[in-house]
Design a protein. Structure first.
Length: 341
């Protein structure tokens, strides 16, 4: 009886899919040909009684601490404003914005965050009381000129595996009756293979079709260590430098999109009723009011002397690249020994 028969059990195909998903999650073996793997933003359970999240309202608040958050049972995330500091970047008026990103999930489970994305967009606040009124001139929007971190790597996990490969070679021989016959002789070979895996964060400037002269935002992509399968980084601090005229207000919208490896409930695969962070009002920055403790006062954000290590910290076991390339080049040049005649 096949799955399309009117007498077939409706749960049979679903059971096969779930079994395949669990097999891959448990032993890391590849799925069989034709198996279906579901990828979604959250694992949503039928018996969940968590109330839906309402959008965060700004209500004229400048430098709102809570940027966005969402949670379902023991899985969630948050973005918190940590610092707003006004200064200069390469002599132009600029603003340093720092935020803390946190992710909560159970490691080594189907509902862990295996990858994720953080997207930040800035725009001019035409009406500080209404973020829905947008500027008709993209050139008036804030210009994102630098971000940190650009790269973060977790501890390298080295995997040593032994693979046994069989090769079948047909061998021709003459039988006692002077007739040619063919048989196959199988040879085996064993080799050792080393693979390196680690968690990663990659940040880059964000451009769109309306902003061709300068970036209008930033993105960070997070990936788990595929060997350990323990999820993405649980937290990291991100910074953005924005060139913007003094006293000109701007909106900052932050969208956090973490994704789990599998969904064990395909019936609610595309349900987004609980993920209402897009209803959150953006953060209002008025172009003059700082937030948090300032660092490196009087030092241009573009300078190699600006204390990036204080602004964006990373645990010592992680390797990170925090500076813009121009700052790295300037620092490298200052470390060179003086020329001798």
């Amino acid at each position: 009886m096949d799955a399309h028969s009117p007498n077939a059990s409706p749960s049979a195909p679903l059971a096969g899919i779930l079994a395949e998903v669990f097999n891959q999650a448990n032993d890391g073996s590849p799925t069989q040909q034709g198996a279906v793997v579901f990828v979604t933003d959250f694992e949503l359970e039928e018996d969940s009684h968590d109330p839906p999240q309402l959008g965060i309202q700004n209500q004229g608040h400048v430098n709102r601490p809570l940027i966005t958050r969402d949670a379902i049972r023991d899985t969630g995330f948050s973005a918190i404003l940590q610092r707003v500091q006004y200064g200069t970047h390469n002599g132009a008026p600029a603003c340093l914005i720092v935020m803390d990103l946190s992710f909560r999930f159970m490691g080594r489970t189907l509902s862990r965050y295996s990858h994720g994305k953080v997207e930040v967009k800035l725009s001019r606040a035409v009406d500080p009381s209404n973020h829905k009124i947008v500027s008709r001139q993209p050139s008036e929007d804030p210009k994102v000129v630098n971000i940190a971190p650009k790269e973060v790597y977790g501890i390298v996990k080295v995997v040593e595996g032994r693979k046994y490969r069989e090769v079948s070679i047909p061998v021709m021989f003459e039988s006692p009756v002077i007739a040619s016959a063919g048989v196959e002789v199988t040879f085996g070979s064993e080799e050792t293979e080393h693979q390196e895996h680690r968690m990663e964060i990659f940040g880059e400037l964000y451009w769109d079709d309306d902003h061709t002269e300068a970036a209008c935002g930033a993105t960070w992509d997070l990936r788990e260590n595929e060997t350990q399968r323990d999820g993405i980084f649980r937290s990291f601090r991100a910074a953005i430098i924005v060139e913007n005229p003094p006293g000109i207000a701007m909106w900052m919208r932050v969208e956090v999109v973490p994704s789990v490896k599998f969904s064990i409930n395909p019936a609610r695969l595309f349900s987004k009723g609980r993920l209402l962070q897009k209803n959150d009002d953006p953060i209002l920055l008025d172009g003059k009011t700082p937030y948090g403790d300032p660092v490196g006062q009087g030092v241009d954000f573009h300078s190699a002397q600006f204390p990036w290590a204080t602004v964006v910290w990373t645990p010592s076991e992680y390797k990170s690249r925090l500076w813009a390339q121009v700052a790295e080049d300037e620092q490298r040049a200052s470390d060179l020994p003086p020329e001798t005649g």
